[in-house]
Write a protein that binds this ligand. Structure first.
Ligand code: ADP
Ligand code: ARG
Length: 349
């Protein structure tokens, strides 16, 4: 493999940190699962508009290819090589109330974590048989959930296109054919081994074998963040009784993309900000100040519709789960304050 040819306007962190020296140092290395540098960078090389551009094949990828992953992790999360990650899933430490009790701005709230099974290769290089084994083990663990977490598993294989598209449109299911995942090997044998579990009300969901082997999701209409966090924590704790998740003291929960390491948590609101979003400079100033990420209403790489945005915590590593939720909460309070100001100035309230 030769050093990739990045175009001049390439802005990915891969392009920034894969210097010729780093490339020479890593190009012949292989993890115990035979994951190579070429595989790690394939998505960013094929998709030059990537923001990040790298994926891992297993836990060892993060140490073996550290000269590439470390600076990317530092720039994304502000987390240094010497730092260690701390988890805090204690719901009593999250002392917040609904930031929008009258339901004027927040349409819905969703908190998800990514998880992968300990001692399994990640989805980028997992075999078809191993993927099925993960699916079997996860489905078995899900059968133990009770009360409001009780639900059913729906494999993608055999699901009608109509149902699949409805679930995607209603924000419950992952999209099909993401080109970043495709290049990373994460769509191999699709839809085999993939599926979605959900309770009756679709307030608790689990995606199986998408970008990570599990995405555990709690969501509902409105802005009761604490209730949503509590449901998620209850589910994680219950699933941990029968599944061992891949974790490192340094990097927290191991995920296929370095942006998800640590808490692997994305806490988001769908929020209507029709006025503030007319001034993108001011909007971005606030989101940067509170470490927030702006996405469109249909998730990553989608556009806003009608002034509604997906606002979430950006940092996931080096902050605890409680702190990650607080990043989102504090930022959302600030955004609502400014949006309300616009309303008042324009006499619309
Ligand atoms: P992920 O959250 O797993 O990183 P995406 O950004 O692609 O991935 O979002 C997955 C789905 O979750 C999308 O359909 C998105 O619209 C939906 N979603 C995210 N946040 C919310 C929210 N607060 N309310 C409702 N749906 C949401
Ligand atoms: N690989 C894509 C990029 O670099 C996505 C990165 C973050 N998102 C994710 N779903 N892991 O732009």
């Amino acid at each position: 493999m030769n050093y990739p040819n990045f175009p001049k306007d390439c802005r990915s962190l891969l392009c920034k940190y894969l210097t010729k020296e780093v490339f020479e140092l890593l190009k012949d290395k292989k993890t115990a699962n035979s994951f190579t540098l070429e595989q790690a960078i394939k998505s960013g090389v094929e998709n030059i508009d990537s923001g990040i551009g790298v994926y891992a094949g297993d836990k060892e990828s993060y140490s073996l290819f550290a000269p590439l992953f470390d600076p990317i992790i530092k720039e994304y999360h502000g987390f240094n090589r010497e730092d260690s990650h701390k988890s805090n899933l204690n719901i009593d430490d999250l002392n917040i109330s609904n930031p929008d009790p009258k339901g004027e701005f927040i349409l819905s709230t969703r908190i998800r974590v990514g998880r992968n099974i300990d001692n399994m290769p990640l989805g980028t290089i997992i075999s078809k048989e191993q993927r099925k084994e993960v699916e079997r083990d996860v489905v078995k663990a899900l059968k133990n959930l009770d009360k409001d977490l009780k639900g059913d598993y729906y494999p993608l294989l055999g699901m009608s296109k109509e149902t699949q598209n409805r679930l995607i449109k209603e924000h419950f299911l992952f999209k099909e054919g993401d080109r970043f995942l495709e290049s990373a090997g994460l769509n191999c044998d699709f839809p085999d081994g993939r599926g979605i579990y959900h309770n009756k009300d679709k307030t608790f969901l689990v995606w199986v074998n998408e970008e990570d082997q599990l995405r555990i999701i709690s969501m509902q209409k409105g802005g009761d963040i604490k209730e949503i966090f509590s449901r998620l924590v209850k589910a994680i704790k219950s699933m941990e009784k029968s599944l061992k998740f891949s974790y490192s003291n340094h990097l927290g929960y191991i995920t296929s993309c370095p942006t998800n390491l640590g808490t692997a948590m994305r806490a988001s609101v769908h929020i209507a900000l029709p006025n503030l979003s007319k001034d993108m400079k001011k909007f971005k100033e606030i989101t940067d100040k509170y470490h927030l990420q702006i996405r469109g209403v249909h998730g990553e790489h989608s556009q806003s519709e009608g002034g509604v945005y997906d606002i979430s915590n950006r940092r996931r590593l080096g902050v605890t789960e409680v702190e990650a939720v607080l990043d989102m909460y504090n930022g959302v309070l600030a955004l609502i304050g400014v949006e309300r100001g616009f309303y008042n100035i324009k006499g619309k309230k």
